[in-house]
Design a protein around this ligand. Structure first.
Ligand code: F6P
Length: 538
């Protein structure tokens, strides 16, 4: 059954939130902290190794109550139940949204009357055997040498998730070098190929549809490169595929025994828990990969079974709605204080913006309120020296998620303490700012300099302090954001699991490519025609 269709802006809680906002917008967080010393005690959530302090937000108890009422009014509880039980909530594509099944410990989850758990288990078992054979060197290349390099060829969800997780779990990695080729820009594939020996490289072509132009072009280029040294019969030793489209995989020349299936009920941007994560398992070993799934499963349990006021993804989603829909914030920054998480923001950009970048509601009518946030970010402390000036003293209100770890992986405590001192200092500075009298004092009473050195503060942040960056913690963190996306889609009454906008761009590119090949342009707007003609002249 589809999700309920409730216009959030017509709910009683929305109207109350608007009124509440008009009062609260003039109250600074500094005041809220001054009158309530126990604020952090109340506005935090502890869940296993995760501590979420959300006290540095422009909220009161009333704000939370009203946001939670909104969640009830849009029937979030029922929506969660439908999400996990395989209802076809992706209505526009008539599919279930079941990435959670990929890490579930349930024995039965039905899609169209069929229990999908045995198939998931069978694919994971095959991944385990395959991974062990490659890592141990039992499975060899065409000249009898063990594999040293793995190349994941994919794009979007078939690239960003694995690439981010391989980077994030670098500390746990084995001897295999993992590479990613995604961009249709030939520089990408050319630069990766320069580093490779065809005798010792395994290629994983990852494409849910197996029709994506970038992936098929890159895979073809790579296969041709491989055939300069290997023979056609050697391809089977060096190329494997992950896809739902077995016909196209066979057409490409990869046998079914070298193909790991996936399912249309797994969205591309949520697919790293399927065989799309093969490069992750190869990089860190299957046991670590299983721990990643376990971490996600734990977060799924928390999300499914915890009252909303104690539910991390729900609270984060509602806070984000508070800023997006009432304060008018357009963007949100995600700032992990871990270099290993440097690809988290690009990964979340697809997950969040492809999902919730929608302008019509579930009836197909234009929404009269803002939907998907713009996500961006970079690790601290680097980002402090890049865009933090604007966070502190710019004119925009940008809520930020700060993610840090109590324990480092490298064990150099001195470095870690310095990193974390920066982590805590930034959220404190964003909250407290620096008032005029302090700025005056620091400027030796120079009245001209004072305004430049004054910080308004009152900038909202969530602080997520996690014990350690383990595969399990990473799994929980990613699932946390997946569920935050889901909650926001439910509240905004949109369909979060299609991506027709991206597909339209792909269609136009196909037509234009034909024109480039033929040299004959079709009718276009005058700008595109002018540019194409200029390009064709070269
Ligand atoms: O970017 C659009 C998209 O359809 C994503 O949703 C998907 O992750 C990506 O393209 C790649 O698609 P495929 O795995 O089918 O090659």
């Amino acid at each position: 059954m589809a999700l309920a269709n409730v216009n959030p802006a017509q709910t009683g809680s929305w109207a109350k939130l608007q009124k509440h906002f008009s009062e609260l917008q003039h109250i600074a967080m500094q005041e809220l902290f001054a009158v309530d010393p126990a604020r952090a005690e109340r506005f935090h959530l502890q869940w296993g190794d995760f501590l979420l302090d959300y006290s540095k937000n422009r909220i009161t108890d009333t704000t939370l109550q009203l946001l939670l009422q909104l969640a009830d009014e849009v029937k979030l509880k029922e929506a969660i139940q439908k999400y996990f039980s395989g209802d076809a909530i992706n209505v526009t594509e008539n599919r279930a949204v079941l990435h959670t099944a990929l890490r579930s410990s349930a024995f039965e989850i039905f899609v169209d009357g069929k229990n999908v758990i045995p198939e998931i288990q069978a694919v994971h078992d095959r991944m385990e055997v395959f991974t062990n054979e490659i890592i141990s060197g039992i499975r060899k290349g065409y000249t009898g040498k063990a594999f040293t390099d793995i190349v994941n060829i994919g794009i979007g969800g078939s690239d960003l998730g694995p690439d981010m997780a391989v980077e994030a779990l670098q500390f746990y990695k084995n001897h295999l070098n993992i590479h990613f080729v995604s961009n249709i820009d030939g520089d990408h594939v050319a630069e990766v190929l320069k580093k490779l020996n065809p005798e010792t490289t395994l290629f994983i072509v990852v494409s849910k549809t197996f029709t994506t132009q970038e992936t098929i072009s890159n895979a073809t280029t790579i296969k041709n490169w491989f055939l300069q040294s290997g023979k056609t019969e050697d391809v089977s030793k060096h190329f494997v595929a992950v896809s739902t489209n077995l016909e196209k995989v066979t057409e490409f020349g990869i046998s079914l025994e070298n193909t790991f299936p996936m399912w249309d009920w797994v969205g591309g941007r949520f697919s790293l828990w399927s065989a799309v994560g093969l490069s992750i398992a190869l990089s860190v070993g299957f046991d670590h990969y299983k721990q990643l799934l376990e971490g996600a499963r734990n977060m799924d349990d928390h999300f499914q079974n915890t009252a909303f006021h104690k539910n991390i993804p729900v609270v984060l989603a509602l806070l984000s709605i508070w800023y997006n829909n009432f304060f008018g914030s357009q963007t949100e920054a995600v700032i992990p204080y871990s270099q290993y998480l440097k690809k988290l923001a690009p990964y979340l950009q697809q997950a969040v913006m492809e999902s919730n970048g929608k302008r019509v509601d579930r009836d197909g009518n234009p929404v009269a309120y803002q939907t998907g946030n713009i996500i961006w970010g970079e690790p601290g402390s680097n980002s402090q020296h890049a865009f933090f000036q604007l966070l502190h003293q710019g004119t925009k209100l940008i809520p930020c998620d700060f993610i840090g770890f109590k324990e480092s992986l490298h064990g150099n405590q001195e470095h870690h303490d310095k990193l974390m001192a920066n982590f805590f200092a930034q959220t404190e500075a964003l909250l407290l700012g620096k008032d005029e009298s302090k700025a005056m004092e620091e400027s030796d009473n120079n009245a001209f300099l004072t305004p430049f050195k004054t910080f308004e503060g009152n900038k909202p942040t969530n602080t997520l302090l996690i014990q350690k960056l383990t595969p399990k913690a990473l799994g929980s963190l990613l699932a946390m954001y997946e569920h935050k996306i889901f909650v926001q889609g439910v509240v905004w009454n949109i369909f979060s699991y299609d991506q027709f906008g991206v597909e339209y761009g792909k269609q136009l590119a196909t037509t234009i490519l034909e024109e480039i090949h033929s040299g004959v342009t079709k009718p276009h707007d005058s700008s595109t025609r002018f540019l194409l003609q200029h390009y064709l002249k070269k």
